[in-house]
Design a binder for this molecule. Sequence first.
Ligand code: ATP
Length: 248
Amino acid sequence: AAADPMLSVGNIEVVYGRVALVLKGVSLTVPKGGIVALLGANGAGKTTTLKAISNLLRNDRGEVTKGTITFGGERIDAASPSDLVQRGCIQVMEGRHCFGHLTIAENLLAGAFTRRDGRAAVAADLERVYAYFPRLRERRNAQAGYASGGEQQMCAIGRAMMSKPKMILLDEPSMGLAPQIVEEIFEIVKTLNEREGVSFLVAEQNTNVALRYATYGYVLETGRVVMDGEAEALRQNEDVKEFYLGLA
Ligand code: ATP
């Protein structure tokens, strides 16, 4: 584990509806400036892990019953989702979740709602997001609900960038997108990581692409980390595909 991690999850357990133990002691670390992949088959517990970090389990009647979560060295177990955004930890949910009736530009501006640094700073950051996502600039006045899947994913990531995050939790960004668009999305993740210093924890079923862009990976199986290591080593490891991801 890194000496001074961005995010540290220590042995957390999550229960849904007071009975179903879904995470059975998950530990993971995201170093500052890292891109970490959280891998696993459908139902392994990836989304649950991200929601536990973001304190978003309550709507699903879920609860962290054990373990610790720290962000930037501070405990965040009890931090509200808006407090987490203020601290610089933001989740981009599975399925992208743009506001369909708003334009792309309005969606991006909505991401700045917790900021207190004034209109000029927000306007400058909107320009920055457009520079990273030229497609969003072109489509800024289009209603998000009519944008393509790739544009909506870009919009969701761009909106997260508008909150000036230190870390983005990205849930299944490849879902439903063509391979070329998936590549485009991950290239942007890499660029935001390198140029803006944003750390990423990316939950993915698409092991191949995730491990090409990540520095480190964790493999989840039925609520436990069954393997972890440098991305390149995991990529070479046939067991990862065969046993844990059901892709053999
Ligand atoms: P996916 O790729 O489908 O999102 P995942 O790895 O993210 O899969 P989770 O969504 O975290 O997996 O689900 C982990 C386990 O928790 C699954 O067995 C799932 O059925 C269960 N689960 C998820 N949400 C709830 C809920 N609200 N109530 C009860 N069980 C749930």
